[in-house]
Every structure is written in structure tokens, then in C-alpha cells.
Design a protein around this ligand. Sequence first.
Ligand code: ADP
Ligand code: MG
Length: 760
Amino acid sequence: MKKDTYKIKGMHCASCAGIIEKTFKKTEGVSLAEANYGTESVKISFDETKTNPENLSKKIEPLGYSLVTETAESMGMSAEEHAAHTGIGQSKKEKLAEILAMRNTVMSAIPLAVISVFVMGWEILSKYGVVGGMGDVSKEFFHHLMPLLATYVLFVVGKPYLLGVVRFLRYGKANMDTLIGIGTSVAFIYSFIVSAFEETWLKNFPNVGVTYFDVTIIVITFIALGKYLEAKSKLKTGDAIEKLLGLQAKTALVIRDGKEVKISINEVIHGDFIIIKPGAKIPVDGIVTEGESYIDESMISGEPMPVHKKTGDAVSAGTINTNGTFNFKATKVGAETLLAHIIKMVEDAQGSKAPIQALADKISSIFVPIVLVISFLTLGLWLLFGSGPLGFSQAFSYGLVSFVGVLVIACPCALGLATPTAIIVGVGKGAREGILIKDAATLEKLHQVNVVVIDKTGTITKGKPEIVDIKDLDESMMSVLISLENKSEHPIAHAIVTYGKEKNLPSQNVSNFEIIKGKGLKGVVNGIEYFAGNTKLVEDLKITFDRNIIEQYTAQGKTPVILASTEKVLGFVMVADEIKPESQKAVKDLHALGIKVIMLTGDEKKTAQYIADLVGIDEVVPHALPEDKINKVKALQAEGKIVAMAGDGINDAPALAQADVSIAMGTGTDVAIETAGITLLNGDISKLVKAIKLSKITMRGIKQNLFWAFFYNIIGIPLASGLFFPIFGWLLSPVFAGFAMAMSSVSVVSNSLRIKAKKL
Ligand code: ADP
Ligand code: MG
């Protein structure tokens, strides 16, 4: 089973997405198909033994679409290379050409539409006696000119809509183009018949000498103009990816055979030594081996301050060196780099569907056939009820106007754009702030969060504890402790091991080493079994010890690491971890959003409470084992809370998976960005506040969009059908219907673009 996302060519509207999805779902071997009009792409899972991308593309080609089957993976390229080759870079170029072509056609139609409006206006004004009537010559002139203009507009400018009609007749698949196509061509054909057989026609239907060439011209021009503006703004919604791609260096200066050579980044391999000069972009991920510098990481972390890097520090592709010179060893190249992951993730997230879209999708999928039915019904009802009071010919004329109006105004184009465009902008804005969002569903869920559960170490505190005190442990016992901690990955272990290195204390052989989850560890050194960990661990050993002295420390926010044998406590060290400077404000901001903050930690009660009080946290769960953490999340959810959990993702993994939204505090390259719902790139908890605000802004944008999109259709259909005619004498001209329709899409996309400018 293969799952991949392909760009689609030829998508014009949201109902195209529905048609494509349905076609693929009916195709043998396809288990999932999700088409997205916002990104003009489709996510498909298919059985490779039964079908392939080329065959899949053939399935939709008769309907006017095709898949871009060369994906990064199929060509063995990294996201950036692929983008440069065919992907985004190319499709953007194609898209620009397409938009230019759209512009040219629209420009050619506008003067014709202006003439139509002029003639139409003159006729109306002269009817009311505001201006004199048209002279016979000009009447005759326009009488012959209008059909010509309409022919051009319908067959050249309106070609996509006519193709929509052809597709409907051949395959029974109707999209929004079909609606517009039917509406405008019916107006055209009717007018054509009236003018071609003028004499006979007027004899039979004396009042219906009116033609609707102007309707065809103006409606198509408006819609084409709307589509052009929409395409232009849609292109802007996706510029976050483009910016990310722009971060990628094209070449790298490496040392090969002792010489400096400039090579393309595609040729950089693991272990290459890369030279970075002042102002250069870091081409791949790696570890500094020589020299030092400050690096501007703002593009991937959102933090403006350059970060100091020295030997042993990690550097990421896409960041920019300031003025130092250094060398580093490539550890991750091509598609493995953090930047490549970020790009991939943003792309995927932008193409994913928010649950809120399901309703809009459902509606737009049934909308088109329903509208077709309504439009014919409208015509029928006009004839049925209008013929009596108005006379057949007048009723037919109104009926036809209503028929065209309904078809034009009811296009659910805006409905299909409402959610995806806002998601694209929201996800892109997040990426620029160092907030990586996995999918649209996460972005949607985040705005409802009312409890945030956080881990202490590394989330509230820096996660870089240091030894602040040693009690009763001589050098040989410290050496035992260091030897044990050497085997652990815990930040506390790191503090102790670092201390040992500084003091040059020897490390000894450890056997039977074991981690005691949430409590500490144990192991045998020189034939003696030792335990190192917190008070819980010592309690488990059932040995007595002096709690008082330890509590004096924990009350000051320090964490004890007690070394014990099976019989007695040998002594302890105290470690302290600094609180991150932004923690306090982040908690305050979360409170301002009405969110409760709970801290879960494996640490001592007093230590945890001390830190919680400093930061302003509402509730603390100390001595929490991984299962306690997951149970706490479950309990909160049982109370009906929507829980977001932020953690370092190691011992917190089960609880993270349980939470409604999981947040990884990614610091640098070693982030599991694919697993967490949200990754805060530089591990800054205040970004969580921004992420929640972003979610709220995006959701508000989507709701506004959906409201306006529905509003246009709900008001537009009865108005255009002439439902209010018998009461108020209102009848919507198809010309206004075309205008409203074009404006609805444009306003939805513009509203989504506004998200970009909002302050977080
Ligand atoms: P947290 O991430 O909230 O600190 P952990 O489950 O990682 O939770 O750790 C819980 C507690 O277990 C720590 O606060 C510490 O007291 C003890 N502990 C864990 N690992 C070690 C270790 N390597 N050495 C000493 N104590 C440890
Ligand atoms: Mg932890």
C-alpha cells in the first residue's frame, strides 16, 4: 500500500475535488483519496500491485484533470531538489503562466462587457425616459454587434464553462463550471434563436423580443475576472513553502582530498567536512568541528537573536552564518535535514483537511445537482404560475432570467475555498513563527483547548540541571554515582556526568544496570548493588533516612539524587534546573486565554510545588510515573476537558498520544516532528500561546468564510429564482448574480489572507 500526495492540474473549483475523489474511490486498488482544492492536490493510498500513479492520472484525464506523477520520492530527490526540478518551483512557474493567460483573456473581455453595460444602461434609462431612446441606426448596429461579442466571450473566454457542459453531457459529472456553462449558453442560444428568427418569433410571442447576449457577456466576464483574482490571491496563500524552499543553499564548500571544493548540495554526503564563511547559508545539518560563530536561526525557530555555536554544537540547513568562520561535519543530508522535514510537514499539513471542512464538502458535493434541479424547477414554476397573470411570453422571459440567475449565483465556489485557504495561510504563518503544525485537524482542535498539561523538566525549566550541593558522598562514592549515571540519558544524569568530567573523577564498570521508571536507576559496581534516584526509590527500598534535610532542599526547588545501597542511604547530591525566562509569562498568557495549566513531573512534591508557585501553575502532580501522566490526561478528558500536552516526548510519549493535542518541545534537529501534533521548534513554551492564538484566528477566519459563502448562496438562490417577485417585485438580474458570485470567492480568499497579517 502506497500513500502519496500528488499535485493536480486542471482543478477549477471545489466541486472538482469531489469529482476527483469519487472517481478515485471507485478505482480498483485505491483505498483512500482526499482531494484538496486549496492546494490543488490529492492524497491517495493505493495498492501498488493493482495500479500506479500514471494509471490513476488516466482515470481523471477524460474529466479534464491530470496528476503530476513525478513526486520527490519517485524521483529519489529531496523535497528541495524536487521543488527545483518539477515540484513547487515548476508548478509555480506554470501557475504564473496560467494566471497570465487568465489575465489576458479577462482583459480581452472587459471592453466588451463595458459596451454591454453601456447598451444595457441606455436601454433601461431610456425606458424610464431619463435619456432619449436609441436611434434606429445605433439600435441596428448594436443589434448586430451584441451577438458577435457574445459569441467571442462565450466560446473563447467562457471555454472552460462550455467544457464543463460537454463533460456533463458525456460523463454525467457536473461541477461549478457546468452550472455557469449551462446558464450562459442557454441565455446565448435563446437570444440567438430570437434574433435569427426574429420575424416568426415576434409573431408568436409579441413581448419576447428581448435578447440576453449582454447577460452572457457580462456574467462570463465577471466570473472570469473573479477566477483570475482568486487564482492570484490563492498563489499568495502558499508563499510560506516558497520562503522555506528559498532557505535552502544551492551549493556547499566542502573539503575533499584536502582541498576546498564547491559542490552542489545534492552531492554532499554524510561525514563531509563543510566550510562555512561569513554570511553563508548552512547547506545541510551537522555538528561544528572547528571554529565558532553566531548563527541566525530565525527562519526555522522564529527567534530573531543569532545563536552562538562552538565545537560540538548542532547546526541546521537553511540557517545563516553571521560573521565567524567554522567547519562542520555533515550528519544529515538531502531529505533527512530538519529543513526538509519542515517543508514536507508544512506541505502535508496545508494539504490536509480540517474536520470543519467536511460539512462544506458535503454541501458542495450535493449542491451542484440540487442547483440544476432548482434552476429547471424555477423555469417550470415561472411558466406554470406566471403564464396566467403575465402572459406566456413574459413569464418565459422572467423564467429564463431566473433560470440563468440561479445557475450562476448558486456556484458553491466560495464554500469550497473557505476552509482550505485559511488552513494554508494559518499553517504557513505558524511555520514562520517556529510553530510546526502536523495537520489541519490539530490546528482546528487547538482552539478548543482549555487545559494545558506540561512536563517540568525541559518545558518549564531549561532541562539543563546542575549540581548545587553534595552531601555525605566522598570521591569514591561520587565515582560510583557517576558510573551509574553514565548509563542514563536523563537530564539529571547529564548534570552528574558533567560534574564528574570537570572533577576528573574515574568511571567504573557497571553491571546489571536498570532504569527504574520515574524514580531513578540501579546497578552493580564492584560487587555492590547501588540505587540512585528520588525519595520514592528509597521508600521502595524500605530503608529509613532523614527526610528533613532533603525537604529543606526541595522546598527551595532543588531535586535530590540519593545514592543508596540495599541497606542504607549513602548520601545525596542536589541538582537545580533554572526556570526558563519565558515560562512565567507563558503561563500568565495561557490564563488570559482561560486555560488551566497543570504540571506533571516525576520530581519531588516540594520541588515541583516550589517551581509551580514561581511560575503561577494551577495544579501540580508530583511523583508522576508515565502511567500516572496518561491517567491524569484521561481523567481530565473524562471531565470533558480538551487537553493539550507539552512534553519532551520520551517518557511522556504515552500521555502525549492520549492528549487531544500533543506538543513536542523540539530543540534543534533531534525533534520527532512527525509524531507530535505541534512542534515548537526552539522549545519555547510561549510559542504555545501563539499557537493557540493562531488556531483561534484561523478558526475565526474559517467561520467567517463559511458564513459569507453560505450567506451568498442562501440569499442568492431564492432572490435569483424570483421567489420574492410575487411579493416585492424583486428579481435578481443574472448580471448581479455573476458579480455576487465572483465577489464571494474573492472575498473569501482575501479574508483568509488577512490571517497572515494578524498579530499573535
Ligand atoms: P520528569 O521528566 O518529570 O522529571 P522522569 O520520569 O523523567 O520525570 O523522572 C522522574 C524522577 O525520577 C526525576 O525527577 C528524578 O528524581 C528521578 N530520576 C529519573 N532519572 C534519574 C536518574 N538518571 N538519576 C537520578 N534520578 C533520576
Ligand atoms: Mg521528563
